[in-house]
Each structure stands twice: as structure tokens, then as C-alpha cells.
Design a protein around this ligand. Sequence first.
Ligand code: SF4
Length: 101
Amino acid sequence: MQQDSPGDSGTQDLEVWIDQDLCTGDGICVQYAPDVFELDIDGLAYVKSSDDELLQDPGATTPVPLPLLQDVVDSAKECPGDCIHVRRVKDNVEVYGPDAG
Ligand code: SF4
């Protein structure tokens, strides 16, 4: 039995990354989950670290906070570029996004 404690950062075991090569820069993800996504001055969306730092390395991931999971999933569903990928940390299996089984 495992119990989530508030001090446990609430990140569950999912992470999200954006394929900037396909990003259209429309900003839908930022509207859904501004704590996770941000548009940079280059007009593309990037994920942010838990301390609000833009992560610009290609394929950079950030943990998905559990309370924001639905917002992140909605972002992935609505993303016009099909370039938001949500995957399990433990085995890198995509659970939401264009490559989800
Ligand atoms: S919703 Fe998708 S295409 Fe639109 S800005 Fe976000 S990552 Fe880019």
C-alpha cells in the first residue's frame, strides 16, 4: 500500500515533453496548463521545471504534478502539432500523446 503524502511533491510518475519541431506556437497548452508550459520568445512552447525554469534542451522532460494531470492531458489532446508527449517515468512508455498506444 502506498499513500501519497502532501510532502511527496505529488508528481506521481509521469513526465511530459514537447517536440518543438512540430510545435505551431498557438499556445493552447499554455492556456490549459500555464504552470507546466510556456511560450518562449522564439514562439515555441517549452516545458518548465517545478521551479518555473524554462527547459529548452530538445526532449527535456518535466514531472507532471498530479493536480495538473488533466490539464496536461487536455493539452496533449488539443495540441494542433500533436507534439505533447506524456510518458511514464519508470519505463518511458507514452500514455498520452501521439505515440500513446
Ligand atoms: S499546444 Fe502544441 S502546437 Fe500549440 S503551442 Fe503547445 S506544444 Fe505547440
